[in-house]
Structure formats: C-alpha cells, structure tokens
Write a protein that binds this ligand. Structure first.
Ligand code: TRP
Length: 448
C-alpha cells in the first residue's frame, strides 16, 4: 500500500464526525452514573453550581490546550510532546496519560459491564411487579457477587470496545459515534421528558437547581473538579489524541466549546431524568454508588411503561459508556501505533486483552480494587495530567503558538488572549491547589 504515514494514522471524515466522537468520549458513565451520584452526595444544587464553574473556568481552557497540542503535533500524547518539545522530558506527561487511559478503562469497563448485564435483567423482567429498596439491593449484591458473570460482562464490554477501535478512526470510532450518539440523545430526551412530567417531579428539579450555599464545603469543590475533568475526558490526552486526527479546516475553539457545553447539558439532563423520577416516587436520593443500579430499579415499576423505561435506561447507559471507552482504548492504541509502529489490529486486540486482565481484580472486588483504582486515577492522575498540560502550553510551548493553532482555520477569537492568561497562570495555580487539598483531606483522617 502506498499510503503516507499520516494517512496511516487516520483522520476524521467530517467536522461533525469529530464533534460527535469527542462528545461521545466526554459523555459517558461520568454523566449518567457519576454526576447524579456526586450531586446527590453533595446536596444537589451547590455541587451543580461549582461544577458548572469548574467546566467554564478550567475545563474549557484545558480542552483548548489539549485539542491544540493534538492538532499541532498530529500525534498521540507521547509523540505530541516529543514533537513540540524535542529532547525534553515533557513526553512523560503523555506517558502518564497513556497509563491513566489504560487504568481508567480497566475499571470503567467493569461498571459498563454491570449496565450491560442490567439490560438483560430488565428484559428478563427482574424488576417487574416492583421491587423494594432492600430487594433491589440484594439483586445488585447477588449480581456483583457472581464472579464468573462479572468477568463475562466485563469481557463482553471489552469486546464491544475492541471491535469499534480496531475499525480505525473513520470506519470505527467516527462511524460508531455517528450511529450511537443520536440514539443516545433520543433516549435521554425521551426518558427525561417522561421523568419530568411525573407528579411531584418538580421537587427533583429544585433539588438540582435551588442552590443552598450553606452546603458549600471544600470537599464539594474538590469533587466537582475531579468530576469535571473526568466528565470532559481531560487530563490524560484523550482530547490530544482525538485532536490529532483533525484537519486545519476545523474551528477548534468552537468545537471545544460545543463538546464542553454538550457534556454539561447532558449531565444536567441526566439529573433531570433521575431526580424527578426519584422524588416523584418518594425515594430519597441516596448518596451511594447504587443510585442507578439499586435505587432506580425500585421506581421503574411504578412508572407507566416501567419495563420499557428500564430497558431503555440501561441501553442508554451502555451506549454512553461505549462511546467513552473507545476513546480510552484509542489513547493507548494510538501510542503503540504512532511510537512503536504496531498495526492497529494487533495493538487493539493485545492492549484490549491486557487491559481486560487488569480489569479482572476490579470486576471481582468492586468495593476494593475498583475503589482504589478509581481513587488514584479519578482524584489524582487526571488533575496532575491537566496541571502539566497547562504548564506545558503556558510556559514551554507558549500560549502564542497554541493560539496560532487554535485560530488556524482562519477565525481569531478575541477571547484567546484571555485564554492565554488562564492556561499560563490561573488554571495551573488552581489545579495545583486542588491537588494539594485533595491529598491533604485524604491524609487528615489518618493524622487525627
Ligand atoms: N468522559 C467519560 C465519562 O464521563 C470518561 C472518559 C472517556 C474519560 N475518556 C476519558 C475520562 C479520558 C478521562 C479521560 O464517562
């Protein structure tokens, strides 16, 4: 074949295809499962407000940073830093990203596997006739205690992810996103409308939007920031990688803003799907991991066409997870393709299998190993990655160069100078403070 190396890497077929794929990466379990659960833990609206601020002041600027690094270098994270800062150690930031992607995918797939299993439970009528909170808890307990099934569901989800990623950028990731994202949007809007028109739904609405500032604590700020990075797929080079397959015809800042707004809107919409339904059934928004796997099943039956609601909901969850997991695997695969010159086919299967092996302990111990992995990578790795990405753009590559890349399509945003200030000073400072606070609050109970 006489393709040039750049063509071998692959490219997005269209601007819209890229936006759907990037939005697909951002919109995931973090939005549907994580955001409502974190919000319920942190008293609802106060968390929502801080979260939105984190997205606007830190998320969007860092999104621009990642996309510009990706497109300027046309490389996946390790190669990108090597190309933009040759002979330095900055490539280690990319390496941390590849490692984080591998680790996050391992536990992400376990939870996605639960959702996959729950589609079949719902179809089989496990929640028909109504289940109490206790019953639902034991259904979930028995489900996750069945070790061989846990491994099987995780493996099944890995297989789905691998099958998409091996198809490449245009024929795999973009194609899947173009088909799955519209289905996802339709399901979510349908379910949210259904939920919001239930009697008593307004209580759920106010739970999310009536901010009570007395509930604002430092912990909420820490949680909101980690959640924002995770939800926007930032801090580990996923957006560097996706940006590297872009042409200069794409208006980068606009794409970044669209993706961030879509991600935030979907998180809020997920809240509007879950909380009104909960409150309308008089259920408390339990601040537990079990919100979507334990509490929701108790209300499906009380909803009109509840069976359908249940099946649709878990299908939606799997779609959301799949368009995200492919971006996690893609970061790892693209490193092997770009730097080690492996074929995509070989990289996808081998790395998918290796990551599955790392997923097994999480699948077997959702409260143990999975919790530890989540703690390390969700609370720290992404923030540390994001910090170094800001430092790189702000101090090494320099905002002026990044702004040239961001405006390559021809439109110069007046706000880009302000963006330069944010990545150079504001974002690294705030993220560094948050990392230190995160470590401090984690260590404090042990100290006293
Ligand atoms: N953003 C996804 C979610 O909300 C998860 C995800 C996909 C991710 N790719 C990522 C998180 C890269 C961090 C980095 O579920």
């Amino acid at each position: 074949m006489n393709t040039t190396p750049v063509e071998n890497r692959g490219r997005w077929g269209s601007n819209l295809g890229f936006i759907l794929a990037a939005a697909g990466s951002a919109i995931g379990l973090g939005n549907i499962w994580g955001f409502p659960y974190k919000a319920s833990q942190s008293g609802g609206a106060a968390f929502v407000l801080v979260y939105v601020l984190c997205v606007a002041l830190l998320g969007i600027p860092i999104m621009f940073a990642e996309l510009s690094i990706g497109r300027a270098s046309e490389k996946s994270p390790v190669g990108a830093f090597k190309k933009l800062a040759p002979g330095s150690f900055w490539w280690l930031v990319g390496a941390l990203g590849v490692l984080s992607g591998f680790a996050i995918l391992s536990f992400y797939s376990v939870i996605a596997g639960w959702a996959l299993g729950y589609i079949f439970k719902a179809v089989g009528g496990a929640f028909a006739g109504g289940v109490t909170l206790d019953e639902s808890g034991s259904i979930f307990g028995a489900f996750t205690a069945n070790k061989s099934m846990m491994i099987l569901w995780t493996a099944a989800f890995f297989l789905l992810t691998i099958l998409v990623v091996r198809g490449g950028i245009r024929g795999g990731i973009e194609l899947a996103s173009k088909i799955l994202m519209p289905v996802f949007f339709a399901l979510l809007i349908g379910l949210a409308l259904r939920s919001m028109t239930l009697p008593g739904a307004s209580e759920g609405f106010w739970f999310l939007f009536n901010a009570d500032f007395h509930k604002l604590t430092p912990k909420i700020v820490l949680d909101a920031l980690s959640q924002a990075f995770f939800s926007l797929s930032l801090g580990m080079g996923a957006m560097i990688t996706y940006g590297s397959y872009l042409s200069r015809g794409q208006n980068l800042p606009r794409a970044g803003v669209i993706v961030a707004l879509a991600d935030t809107a979907i998180a809020l919409l997920a809240g509007l799907m879950i909380f009104p339904a909960l409150f309308s059934q008089g259920a408390e928004p339990a601040g537990s991991v079990g919100l979507v796997f334990v509490v929701l099943p108790t209300i499906f039956d009380t909803l009109p066409a509840g069976e359908l609601f249940a099946v649709a909901f878990y299908i939606l969850l799997v779609i959301a997870a799949l368009t995200s997991s492919i971006s996690l695997l893609e970061v790892v695969v693209s490193y092997f393709v770009d730097e080690l010159k492996w074929s995509r086919e070989k990289s996808t299967w081998l790395l998918g299998a290796a990551c599955f092996a790392l997923a097994v302990p999480s699948a077997l111990s959702p409260n143990g190993f999975l919790g530890i992995m989540n703690k390390i990578f969700f609370d720290y790795a992404l923030a540390i990655g994001a910090l170094f990405i800001c430092l790189f753009v702000g101090w090494r590559w320099k905002p002026a160069a990044a702004i040239d890349e961001l405006s390559a399509e021809g439109t110069r945003f007046p706000g880009l100078k302000f963006w330069g200030f944010l990545v150079r000073y504001f974002c690294p400072l705030v993220v560094a403070i948050i990392i230190v606070m995160q470590a401090y609050t984690a260590l404090r109970p042990a100290a006293g």
